[in-house]
Design a protein around this ligand. Structure first.
Ligand code: FES
Length: 155
């Protein structure tokens, strides 16, 4: 006895339909999870130069230093005299604490483990294993008689 063709094609259709539905459900659940677990890589814009303020900046005149952003990284800008400005990476080379400047001792100091650097960025006391990365500092005259713009750039 021969089975009717319509039963076979209906069963085939149901199998195909259930198979693709389960596949689509699986894909719709796993795809967002995988996207969340591995977010897309977004390249960070590289910064080569920043304007760090004017030479009459009260923070620089009072404390002798300030921390400026250089892209995503902090940079310490030190005023050592009238036209003597220096800039270094502000992240300590020991365990990445942010350094500060002691104007009276003329030392860049890390309060995490009492590390010290001189005004060339070289480590002189404490545990820091490497010198601070140095940056170039230029003073740009914007207008005659006005304070100069301090520009920090990669050395
Ligand atoms: S993190 Fe700076 S001395 Fe340890």
């Amino acid at each position: 006895m021969e089975q009717p063709k319509s039963t076979t094609s209906r069963r085939g259709f149901l199998n195909w339909f259930l198979g693709t539905s389960i596949g689509a459900l699986f894909a719709s659940v796993t795809y967002p999870v995988l996207r969340f677990v591995s977010p897309p890589h977004i390249p960070e814009a590289t910064t080569n130069q920043v304007e760090a303020g004017l030479t009459n900046d009260p923070e620089l005149l009072d404390q002798g230093y300030k921390i400026v952003r250089f892209g995503a990284d902090p940079v310490i800008l030190v005023r050592n005299g009238e036209d003597d400005y220096r800039a270094f990476a502000a992240t300590c080379t020991h365990l990445d604490c942010i350094v500060e400047y002691h104007k009276d001792k003329k030392r860049i100091w890390c309060n995490c483990h009492n590390g010290e650097y001189n005004l060339k960025g070289q480590q002189v006391a404490g545990p820091p294993p490497k010198p601070l990365e140095a940056f170039k500092v230029d003073l740009v005259v914007k207008a005659i008689g006005e304070p100069e713009q301090i520009v920090v750039s990669r050395a």
